[in-house]
Design a protein around this ligand. Sequence first.
Ligand SMILES: [Zn+2]
Length: 546
Amino acid sequence: MKTIDIDTLKKIEKIKKLKTCYVTTPIYYASGKVHIGNSYTTIACDCFSRFHRNLGVDTYYLTGMDEHGLKIETAAKNAGITPQAFVDKIAEETKELWANLKISNDGFIRTSDEKHVKLVQECFEKMLKNGDIYLGSYEGNYCMPCEAYFTKTQLGENDTCPDCGRPTQIVKEECYFLNLKKYENKLLDFIKDNPDFIAPESRKNEVVSFIEHGLEDLCVSRTSFKWGIPVLSNPKHVVYVWIDALLNYLSAIDYNSDKDAQYKKYWLNCDKVVHVVGKDILRFHAIYWPIMLMSLNIPINFKLQVHGWIQMKDGKMSKSKGNMVYPMEVVNNYGLDALRYYLVKEMPIGNDGLFSWDRFIDRYNTDLANDLGNLTSRTISMINKYYGGVIKKVEGINDVDKEIEELVEDVISGAIIDYANFSFQSALSKIWSLISRANKYIDETMPWVLAKEKDNDEVINHKLQSVMYHLYEVLRVTSVLINPVLVDASKIMYEELGLIDNEELTDLKNLKFLEDINLKVIEKPVVLFKRLDPAVELKKISEGNK
Ligand SMILES: [Zn+2]
């Protein structure tokens, strides 16, 4: 058998040595229903967490809500409830959604949580004391609905807001500033010394060039609204957005509290800390956050994984265009795995991905129903038909068998490396190349022809057995490799393949081909993914959108 190259072996060894991992999504703004964009990030982080847990890595997965600000204060007022009651409701809805999407998060941090409020206040005072935060005043063009100031160069025609197009107003207010300038060079050095701090590379270059153009100090407080965390030493100010929001990554794991075991484990001594962020909030995570940590004297022990946006055929998803897609609508019609698979497979990390219903149905039919579904049901049916469901190990006896054996070994190591690097698209492509090869293997070996030679011992007890065993092994390896993404299908496959509670044969860390197997598959496989009629589905969808 072909041996795997040294470079790959080294990478795999490094991945298998990981002991602890901390994965975070950004906290989502609690102003409304979570749409498919946030769901993508949350599902991707879930796959990443599940992959690491399957490898035996002690993993902490954090997500949460950003609950302060004028928009929420106003929305609560319009709804006739307190801001707290407003965000409580959104938090419950969001938690319920994540449960429905089988998100395996360990923590759910809310910026209105007591421990978070306390930490933000402490850190703010600490930075005031060391001089990195100072009181000044700010004057600029302000957009009320967007809660943001814009510089003259950012403004649209007639000083309109570049984000929403509404007119802006000149506003002057006293506010606290975070001194970013002071840290410019230190941050550039840090990025240079840590080449894999930001992935992908193109995003890193963007950040470096932004810093090189010079940083302006950042306004970090507001006096124009109340719904926020008051500055302890000057409570007419509330802490504004980024100092509040970014500290969630530390308050959630009890930094600076009496019980900081989590902080020590998942930050200070953690092998792998990954913040997953959309490209729109890259700058805040790549510039403000490390500067805050430098100011607070906390090690910058994280990496940034940046992803693009989900676009619709007619551009960005928006309520006004009526092209919003909500995750539960997909799940209720096509199942959870269909949503998870599509998002993870179709969203290239770094670039924008397209959500289109035609493509969704096409991927569903081709990859899930035809390739994976057929291979599973055909194989299990044949094992039942020819051997009463019993599968036994038979070493490969011809070139085609050997080719399958090599391919499986390649796919196992390649997929593990891809998953560990957040390259899910590539991991799934590799797994699907194996599934397609196995479907072709059935056509090449023609088990139904072999089965006709009932009296030929060599064929029945060797050749045909070998085909069944190799197909079984492909399915077993596939069911383990798809587990982080296709959570339901993988479980069903375990059951059908007689692998439920068989920790040894479903262990990702020690996954290898040609295991010594002697067990029984289920008698009647279920249809994993029912084929869809594209015309019927697309009609349903367009009617639903009216
Ligand atoms: Zn605006």
